[in-house]
Design a protein around this ligand. Structure first.
Ligand SMILES: *[C@@H]1O[C@H](CO)[C@@H](O)[C@H](O)[C@H]1NC(C)=O
Ligand SMILES: *[C@@H]1O[C@H](CO)[C@@H](O)[C@H](O)[C@H]1NC(C)=O
Length: 205
């Protein structure tokens, strides 16, 4: 009586422990199995879809009505041909918003927006983009550099494209994502007789 039954007290705890650890084990097995199944499913989907990188090149670029005023303002029209190749046999691409930029020494000279389009699988689409530079203020050494390059017969531009795209595989469509396509250097000759050399673009997705 003086000693209350304090010794048997740990028993229920000991009885509970194996059940708890069993539950934990089942839970761990469940989680692991789920991860493996999801992994296998993803691998099978990947094998079936076999995603390949989209490929972009600048096929042609020309400049017209170039005018660098005494006030260091630039007027010019650019014609840029972008080739978009989708080498995938099961993935097609929605281009929901496409903005094209022409830059010189990190300054944007002209921008243009391409109408949204859908690119089927195994497709090559050529985009003819017209961009206008209108009274663009040039700063620092830019007017001098541009003038020098102009008199040498060609200028080195950078073309980049910002595209909001979605992928389509069968009936499934991905969420939209923003893709950056960087093409540099794009060497534009003022004389038509000098051919254009294709520029390959880097893609950031
Ligand atoms: C260039 O632009 C200036 C200002 O707009 C104009 O006065 C000049 O005539 C233009 N030059 C050419 C060759 O078009
Ligand atoms: C690529 O797709 C566009 C749009 O559907 C189509 O007009 C064009 O002919 C296709 N090009 C090729 C090479 O299949």
């Amino acid at each position: 009586m003086a000693n209350p039954p304090s010794q048997p007290q740990p028993q229920p705890q000991q009885a509970a422990r194996p059940r708890q650890s069993n539950l934990l084990r089942y839970f761990a097995i469940f989680i692991l199995t789920s991860i493996i199944l999801v992994g296998i499913a993803a691998f099978i989907i990947w094998l079936v879809v076999k995603p390949k990188h989209l490929v972009y090149t600048i096929e042609d670029a020309s400049i017209h009505n170039f005018n660098l005023t005494n006030a260091n303002q630039l007027y010019a029209n650019f014609d840029i041909a972008v080739r978009a190749r989708n080498p995938n046999s099961r993935v097609s691409v929605y281009y929901d918003k496409v903005d094209v930029f022409v830059e010189y020494e990190d300054q944007t000279l002209a921008t243009s927006t391409v109408a949204p389009f859908f690119q089927p699988h195994k497709n090559v689409t050529r985009l003819e983009v017209k961009l206008d530079a209108r009274s663009v203020n040039l700063y620092g050494s830019m007017p001098k550099d541009l003038g020098l390059e102009k008199s040498s017969g060609g200028i080195e531009l950078e073309v980049w494209v910002k595209a909001r795209i979605r992928f389509k595989v069968g009936a499934w469509k991905s969420r939209d994502r923003v893709m950056g396509i960087y093409c540099s250097p794009v060497l534009v000759h003022f004389s038509k007789s000098r051919g254009f050399e294709r520029t390959y673009c880097d893609v950031e997705l």
